[in-house]
Write a protein that binds this ligand. Sequence first.
Ligand code: NZQ
Ligand code: ZN
Length: 388
Amino acid sequence: MNDFTFQSPTKFVFGRGAHREAGRLAAELGAKKVLVLYGGGSAVQNGTLPAVLQSLDAAGLDYLSAGGVQPNPGSSFVYSAIEGAREEGVDMLLAVGGGSVIDTAKAVALGVPYPGDFLDFYRGRPVEEALPVGVVLTIPAAGSEGSPNSVITDEERRIKKGAKGEALRPKFAVLDPELTFTLSKYQSACGISDMMAHIFERYFTKTPENAVTDRLCEGLLLAIKDVAMRVIIDSEDYEAQAALMWAGMLAHNDLCGVGREQDWGSHALAHQISALYDSAHGAALAVIFPAWLKYVYTEDIDRFVRFAQNVWGISPGGDKEQTALAGIAKYEEFLRGIGMPTRLSQLDVPEEGIPQLTELAFALGNTTIGNFKRLTPADVEAVYRLAL
Ligand code: NZQ
Ligand code: ZN
């Protein structure tokens, strides 16, 4: 096990009606003027946003709100929100939505106190300071409600990249499973694909002897698998949605990643698909992850045998290679079962697009991607081709 520091100071308030606590939680932070961000309208239509604004009123807080954050959120919205927030003297961000809204709120929180271009933080500048961010989560997926990350697309260069820093962890996150009842099957499935991917990025490591984290990863994957079909069949299955909402947070606040080298290559490849073809993040991962697993399994066959047996129920004792491949096949079958694409063509990505995807994945001057196997441009192209 490697040495590590783990701090996860976000306050989580979980349960039915919890979103009505947002105003009280913001007031507890000492906020005076809150900028509330939301997405394309689901939070207005299902009543979440009005209830949250009412709670801000009840807490005596001044606020303004701005909607229109798109999935795979872009830099232009962030620039204009930073300008507006500065003019209005905003001292806190409240995100009402999923990863896209939360990440946009984090980007604005970074940009307001910073005199330069906020995208500097998405090109490697260390994160030091940000306004406080609160979250009312509406979709279990990205885990941004508990993570120190934000992912934004530079719309000019069409590159999707992350910024990372402890200042970006939300101060509080309200997790009310009832808010997810209006999710479509497709969005739920995207969320499931994403949270599983967050565990895989940490599970596939070459750091030896990390028993606790390995078991946490496997347990969480099994719990997600157990309830996944229930929300696809019935989005109003409270207990299944509650399990996923908590799993999505645990999958990405790094509890499942401490003490080991992590990979993150598949996310880098999936981000470029989203940046160029506007695919949902979880769908892009459902296409890339099986291909990546097939490309790298020979790096550590025993880890893949373990994955196949402990997560996908493949019987022990068979040929190692066949067992490893059977585990990957089960995962792919699971993705198809919840309605996810597993091929680039299903995302309308043509074979001719692969060179550009590869080039942009290396656009910031990196020479390899990922850690479990350090992928060169030729490897990245090969992974994309395996996903055709
Ligand atoms: O925009 P609205 O109308 O709200 O609709 C959204 C959107 O179309 C809809 N939705 C959300 N809650 C709903 C709902 N529809 C009905 N009822 C509800 N309760 O779902 C759609 C997707 O929303 P989005 O926020 O894009 O989903 P998600 O949470 O999957 O976030 C994806 C983004 O997060 C980034 C991804 O790259 C992507 O840009 N990620 C952020 C991470 C982080 N900050 O730590 C880590 C992840 O790996 C990921 O990269
Ligand atoms: Zn993700």
